[in-house]
Ligand binder design. Structure first.
Ligand SMILES: [Zn+2]
Length: 396
C-alpha cells in the first residue's frame, strides 16, 4: 500500500496538525493516519487537496479580454464579449485552452472543480474531452445552449417543450444545473429548473447578487429582488458570489445552501468585495471564477481573500484557518468528499515548506506564502497525479 511518512498532516474538519505522521492509503481510501499532537516539524505538510468551488474553464481561451470592461460587457449571455469569443473559436481551440488550465490545476494541487458550463450538452462534451487523462475532476453545472429571449422572461413564460427536453438532457450529463442569474429567467422558469434538477437528484447553483446592479434589475416586473426570486423559486444548493448580500440574506441562504465567493473576480470586474468575514462564519467556499479573468490558483485566491477580509473590516483576524478550510474543505460535501481521516477519500496535497522556514503560524504560511513551487505531490482518489519525489519513497 502506498504511504507517506515523516510529514505533518492537517486532519479532520478542523485541519488539526498531526506531527511525525504517516498516512497510508489503499485504492481511493485512506486506511490509516498516525501521528503525534506535538512533535518535530521537518517542513513537509499534507493537507486536503484544493476544491475550486466555482470556475468557468470554458473561457480559458479569452484570458485578460475583460480588461477595461464592465461585468455585463464581459459576461452577459446575450451580448458579452465572452459569448462572442466562444462562438468565434473552433472546438479544437476551446478544448486546447481548457486542457492547459486543467493541467495548471493539477500543478497547483486542485483536484476538484465545480465548473459552470455553457453551451448545453455539446458544451458538456467539450469540457469532458478537455478533462480526459488529466488528474482532476470537473463537476459540471450545465445550462441551456441558448438563454431564453428577454421578452419571454418579462412575460413570465414557461420553458418550451424543446427547452425542457434539453434541460433534462443537460441534467443527465452533468453534476447539476448552473444558472447564470435569476435575471435571465422568469419565475416560472426558475421553478422548472428546480423541478428538473430534483427529478434527476442533481444540484442547482446560481450566480446571485454579484453586483449592486443585479439586485433590483427585475424587481418592478416580478415584485421580488434577485435574491428573493432565487430563494423562493429556484431554491439553489449553491449561491455563488453574494457580493452585495446583507447579513440576513447570508444567514438565510446558508441554512439550505453552500455560499461560494470569488473575491479576485469581484474585484477585477469592478463589483467590490464579498462579505468574507460573514461568509466564512457560514462555512462558505472559495472559487476563482472565469479563467478569462483569473488564474485557477487557489493560493492566490486565499491570500487575496485573507488580506481584503482584514483590510476592509479594519479588525485583526486570527482565524486564518477558516480561509484554508474555504479553499479545501467547505465545498467537499457537495461532492460527497471527506476531510483527511481514516476511511476518507485519498485526495490530498503534499507541500514542502522548507524554504519558507522559519515561520510562526503553519495555517497562515500556507494561506499567505505557499505557491506552485511548494506543491511536491498531488494525490487524487488515491492516484498520484503530480509528484516531484521518488516513487519508491511512497511504497511502505
Ligand atoms: Zn461565475
Amino acid at each position: 500500500m502506498p504511504s507517506l511518512g515523516g510529514v505533518c498532516a492537517l486532519v479532520g474538519e478542523n485541519l488539526e496538525p498531526l506531527f511525525e505522521c504517516e498516512i497510508v492509503w489503499k485504492g481511493d481510501k485512506i486506511v490509516s493516519i498516525e501521528g503525534k499532537k506535538e512533535g518535530k516539524f521537518e517542513g513537509r505538510v499534507v493537507l486536503p487537496s484544493f476544491v475550486n468551488a466555482h470556475t468557468h474553464i470554458g473561457d480559458s481561451i479569452a484570458k485578460e479580454a475583460y480588461v477595461g470592461l464592465t461585468l455585463e460587457q464581459t459576461v452577459d449571455p446575450h451580448t458579452g464579449l465572452k459569448t462572442k469569443i466562444l462562438q468565434s473559436s473552433t472546438k479544437k481551440e476551446l478544448v486546447s485552452a481548457m486542457r492547459k488550465a486543467l493541467k495548471q490545476c493539477v500543478a497547483l494541487g486542485v483536484t476538484h472543480l465545480l465548473d459552470f458550463r455553457e453551451g448545453g450538452v455539446e458544451g458538456l462534451k467539450l469540457a469532458k474531452a478537455a478533462c480526459e487523462g488529466i488528474g482532476v475532476q470537473l463537476a459540471l453545472f450545465g445550462r441551456l445552449s441558448k438563454p431564453p429571449l428577454k421578452q419571454r422572461v418579462l412575460s413570465n413564460e414557461r420553458f418550451s417543450e424543446a427547452e425542457l427536453e434539453e434541460l433534462h438532457k443537460v441534467c443527465e450529463a452533468a453534476h447539476g444545473i448552473g444558472v447564470s442569474g435569476a435575471n435571465e429567467y422568469s419565475d416560472r422558469m426558475l421553478e422548472q429548473i428546480r423541478e428538473v434538477a430534483k427529478a434527476h437528484g442533481k444540484l442547482v447553483a446560481v450566480h446571485c447578487l454579484e453586483s449592486k446592479n443585479t439586485r433590483n434589475r427585475l424587481k418592478q416586473v416580478f415584485g421580488k429582488d434577485e435574491f428573493q426570486r432565487c430563494f423562493t423559486f429556484l431554491k439553489p444548493d449553491i449561491f455563488v458570489h453574494m457580493t452585495c448580500a446583507t447579513r440576513k440574506e447570508l444567514a438565510l441562504a446558508s441554512k439550505t445552501a453552500t455560499l461560494v465567493c470569488c473575491p479576485r473576480s469581484n474585484a477585477a470586474l469592478a463589483n467590490g468585495f464579498p462579505p468574507l468575514r460573514e461568509v466564512l462564519k457560514h462555512k462558505g467556499a472559495l472559487g476563482t471564477d472565469n479563467v478569462m479573468v483569473n488564474s485557477v490558483d487557489m493560493f492566490r485566491e486565499m491570500e487575496f481573500a485573507y488580506k481584503i477580509l482584514v483590510g476592509l473590516t479594519k479588525k485583526p483576524f486570527d482565524d486564518v484557518k477558516s480561509v484554508l478550510k474555504a479553499a479545501t474543505l467547505n465545498a467537499r460535501p457537495l461532492l460527497r468528499l471527506k476531510p483527511l481521516c481514516v476511511d476518507g477519500d485519498a485526495n490530498f496535497v503534499l507541500l514542502n515548506l522548507k524554504k519558507l522556514k522559519p515561520f510562526w503560524n503553519l495555517h497562515a504560511v500556507i494561506v499567505n506564502r505557499a505557491q506552485e513551487e511548494n506543491v511536491e505531490m498531488v494525490v487524487k482518489q488515491g492516484l498520484v497525479v503530480k509528484t516531484l519525489i521518488r516513487q519508491d519513497a511512497l511504497t511502505a
